[in-house]
Write a new protein. Structure first.
Ligand code: CA
Length: 523
């Protein structure tokens, strides 16, 4: 069972050391936007780029595409898990210090990190610490032997524990899950292990100080020897059971402190898949958290063609986050590897996918893109069909394309490969690139505060982005119809169009905005 002494241990470590958050600064880079405020690109390695023709994307393939990412304007990558694992997704790790041989070697990866850094691209790797694989040698040993040194790396209970009985009687030999408890294999086993995400993913026991030391060792290895810039923390709210959220918050403060002993700028971004009020309290230990609420709100706004409340909501969330950690990073995104792709979420309507990107890339935050989003890849669950191979070129000419699965959604007949989209200024790729560069070139868009603007028109999402020395009035028309709107008196100084992506006109404070258009006005 999970032991209660954890809080005392942590308190003794924390006293006097709470102010560890480092301000992430940008002074040394030539561009306005410096990561983590710039765009980060999430990659499912197996589907991104294959270097050796075995059908699986790999590290060398990914390395060969760094120039592509640089050209797109990306300032960081988040790589989904690469450590050895029996599953295709690799969220159940058997060796925390290794690279799966299908992806390459640790030297390949060190080279990737070096090449990324040469291009000023930061590298964030997925760190799956809540649970290991049931085939991890720790678990194999622990499950065979109650006296194993790894026994307390996991959380055990016995048949007599009523928690294991809550869905009915357990019969001999049965290995089904009971809530979060899985019965150990073996006909007469009396033991159950805690497994929030199923029997193949036994939870690690963070009440065990030896396990915590092991986790720090893993973290230090990747931060100091491999020199990655940060971790994306999988299932960050599940380290301790749901009824112990404060232990989860404190654990990450403790972890951040340890990682920043290795690298004072070390970056942590967490997956706390929950409403903003649950996400907020994690910001002390995890300075960057995914803004799931805004992702769904943007999609809803685009689908209903009603954008007037988006920035009010965003500002409210950000004001709340600020009370917890003034240096928080608001990691915005449309969808990720666990959700239907944005293109499919807007019923494959290219105009709607584009306006969703326009909104994401002009709102505040640190936007995350999911690989393939920039070429309009489609994808609906189950999971492997939202993680389909990237289309680099037309079939026959595409030497990098992964073929480990036959795509169901993003095929040669549904998606124009990026090589062709690059030559088309109206492509979704060109749209993404335009907006990323617009953002990267603007201090206000990268760092500025946001002030919602009410224009009494539900189809418009309007706001001011305000930084020192630069302010910009942004308007998006989410509707399929043209909208005419008068710029209110208090904003009439914003009289110059500094950017437009369609035929927007401004005459005597009167704006004419075509369907799905965006305009930026400056003073
Ligand atoms: Ca390969």
């Amino acid at each position: 069972m999970k032991k209660p002494f954890f809080i005392q241990v942590l308190l003794s470590i924390f006293i006097g050391q709470l102010c560890v958050v480092t301000v992430l600064n940008a002074q040394t880079t030539p561009r306005v936007s410096a990561w983590p405020r710039g765009v980060t690109y999430e990659i499912y390695v197996q589907s991104f780029a294959d270097s050796d023709g075995d059908g699986k994307g790999d590290i060398k393939g990914m390395t060969s595409k760094l120039d592509y990412l640089k050209d797109l304007g990306v300032e960081g990558v988040w790589l989904m898990p690469m450590s050895p694992s029996p599953s295709y997704h690799k969220y159940d790790v058997t060796d925390y210090y290794g690279i799966d041989s299908a992806y390459g070697t640790i030297d390949d990866f060190k080279n990737f990190v070096e090449e990324a850094h040469k291009r000023n691209i930061k590298v964030v790797i997925d760190m799956v610490l809540n649970h290991s694989s049931s085939r991890n040698p720790w678990f194999l040993d622990a499950s065979k032997n109650v006296n194993s040194p790894y026994r307390d790396y996991y959380v055990w209970t016995e048949m007599s524990d009523p928690q294991t009985q809550s869905q009915g009687n357990v019969t001999a030999g049965e290995n089904r899950r009971r809530n979060h408890w899985t019965r150990l294999r073996g006909v007469d086993s009396n033991y159950f292990y805690y497994s929030q995400f199923g029997g193949n993913m036994p939870d690690l026991n963070f009440d065990n100080p030896k396990l915590r030391q092991e986790v720090f060792k893993i973290g230090r290895f990747w931060a100091s020897e491999v020199k990655v810039d940060g971790f994306r923390l999988d299932a960050a709210r599940h380290i301790f059971p749901d009824e112990r959220p404060q232990d989860n918050h404190r654990w990450w403060e403790y972890f951040l402190q340890e990682m920043r002993k290795v690298n004072k700028d070390f970056y942590l971004i967490g997956e706390v898949w929950a409403p903003a009020e649950v996400v907020g309290p994690y910001l002390k230990g995890i300075p960057a958290l995914f803004n799931f609420d805004m992702g769904s709100a943007i999609i809803k706004a685009v689908n209903t063609e009603k954008g007037d409340s988006l920035t009010i909501m965003h500002k409210k969330i950000r004001d709340f986050y600020k009370t917890i950690n003034p240096d928080y990073v608001d990691a915005t995104f449309l969808t990720n590897h666990d959700q239907n792709r944005i293109m499919s979420s807007v019923n494959n309507d290219v105009d709607k996918a584009k306006i969703a990107a326009s909104i994401l890339l002009t709102l505040p935050g640190s936007p995350y893109l999911y690989y393939g989003e920039e070429i309009g890849m489609q994808g609906k669950k189950p999971d492997q069909f939202i993680r389909e191979p990237f289309l680099w070129d037309v079939k026959g000419k595409d030497k990098s394309r992964a073929t480990w699965e036959a795509p169901r959604n993003s095929t040669d007949s549904t998606i124009t490969p990026v090589a062709l989209q690059m030559k088309d200024k109206n492509s979704i790729y060109s749209h993404y690139k335009t907006f990323i560069q617009l953002r990267n070139g603007s201090k206000a868009l990268s760092y500025g505060a946001v002030e919602p603007v009410n224009l009494n028109n539900a189809a418009l999402c309007a706001f001011v982005r305000l930084a020192e020395g630069e302010s910009v009035l942004v308007l998006h028309n989410l509707s399929k119809s043209e909208v005419n709107v008068t710029v209110p008196d208090e904003l009439k100084d914003y009289s110059k169009i500094s950017f437009k992506n369609k035929d927007v006109t401004l005459r005597n404070n009167s704006l004419k905005m075509p369907a799905y258009s965006t305009v930026l006005l400056k003073k």
